[in-house]
Ligand binder design. Structure first.
Ligand code: PXP
Length: 249
């Protein structure tokens, strides 16, 4: 099977920094360590409320990654403000996500079926600017089809339901969620979408997801930054990289 790419999401380095204000720990420094430890690219979510990543972080990450020839995957809500920012930076990739201010993290996927008329021109503008556009969706047949019609090149599947079921020992729910991911990946592949996966992945849940042949990229954040507290970021990313590679053979 082809090599799976790893995007490391460094949002929660900014969460720790923002707990005290100031500049430490610096997300761009974490990004460099992640790249050196085996990440292929860096993912950052600029939220409307700027609770972690700031506009200045995006500037710094974009220029550091451009210098190193590595991709930035900008996660953002489908708003005019975010579109202007993306068109200014022209990141390698943009992942459109649903966003609600009261949520703790991204809950559920984007409703591409219901939001089709709003999302489609967004995708076109981002693609015209040269970004590869991904939609963060549930592995649901109607959402996958709508993503193709919206013009996206990539569907990133929200794998949180699977990861939660595994962690909570709900065996049947985990089995069903994994099967839905496999079926969705096969459908997306047939329709010409590249498939990515993200949300809640850890050392236990990574292998079954990485073994789905259509999946080309995983985006992993919270667990790796948490694990870095115990082992350092380099060790955590290198271990995730190894588990991904082993699941692909
Ligand atoms: N992919 C997308 C689209 C996300 O919104 C997130 C969470 O910000 C992730 C991946 C990473 O999820 P986690 O931090 O749970 O690993």
């Amino acid at each position: 099977m082809n090599r799976l790419r790893l995007g490391v999401n460094i949002d929660h380095v900014a969460t720790i920094r923002n707990a005290r204000g100031g500049t430490h720990p610096d997300p761009a420094r974490a990004a460099i360590i992640a790249l050196e430890a085996g990440a292929d690219g860096i993912t950052a979510h600029l939220r409307e409320d700027r609770r972690h990543i700031s506009d200045a972080d995006i500037e710094a990450l974009a220029s550091m990654l451009r210098e190193r020839g590595r991709p930035l995957n900008l996660e953002m809500a489908v708003t005019s403000e975010m579109l202007d920012i993306a068109l200014k930076h022209r990141p390698h990739a943009v992942c459109l996500v649903p966003e609600r201010r009261e949520e703790r993290t991204t809950e559920g996927g984007l409703d591409v079926v219901g939001g089709h008329n709003w999302i489609t021109p967004f995708v076109a503008k981002l693609r015209d600017a040269g970004s590869r556009v991904s939609l963060f969706i549930a592995a649901d047949a109607a959402q996958i089809e709508a993503s193709v019609h919206a013009g996206a090149q990539v569907a990133e599947f929200h794998v949180g339901a699977y990861c939660d079921a595994v962690r909570e020992g709900r065996v049947e729910a985990a089995r069903a969620a994994l099967q839905a991911l496999r079926d969705g990946a096969a459908q997306a592949g047939r329709l010409g979408l590249e498939v990515h996966a993200g949300h809640g992945i850890d050392f236990v849940t990574v292998a079954p997801i990485a073994a789905i042949p259509e999946v080309a990229e995983l985006n992993i954040g919270h667990f790796l930054i948490g694990e870095a507290v115990f082992t350092g970021l380099e060790v955590a990313v290198a271990r995730m990289r190894r588990l991904m590679d082993e699941a692909r053979v």
